[in-house]
Write a protein of this length. Structure first.
Length: 106
């Protein structure tokens, strides 16, 4: 009987931890959205938060990036876009891209 109670307790703890993680994901607003292409950022209402290793952070309008890619016939996947970006302060190309809601500032 004691072993069964321990299993239930650990299962209950695991379910509680899963619920906390799910709640945290909902608070972030991301859920399980895939953001592989710039069009995905537009569809879900995100802009690009670009952070350089030097510490400089900027926000790029995802619609403007989409239009620039279309005008130059560039690929719209995020790995290709990331490879083309560079920091306007140090000139470095080692940037990290992430989503940021359109109405939020840096």
């Amino acid at each position: 009987m004691l072993a069964i109670e321990c299993q239930r307790s650990s299962t209950a703890d695991a379910l509680a931890a899963l619920a906390r993680l799910s709640a945290a994901a909902l608070c972030l607003g991301m859920g399980s959205q895939r953001l592989d292409k710039i069009n995905d950022f537009n569809r879900h209402g995100y802009d690009l938060r670009v952070a350089c290793r030097c510490g400089h952070v900027s926000v790029l309008n995802s619609l403007a990036v989409t239009m620039a890619c279309a005008a130059r016939s560039l690929p719209r996947d995020m790995s290709a876009i990331s490879a083309r970006l560079r920091c306007c302060q140090c000139g470095g190309r080692e940037v990290k891209i992430g989503p940021i809601e359109r109405d939020r500032a840096v």
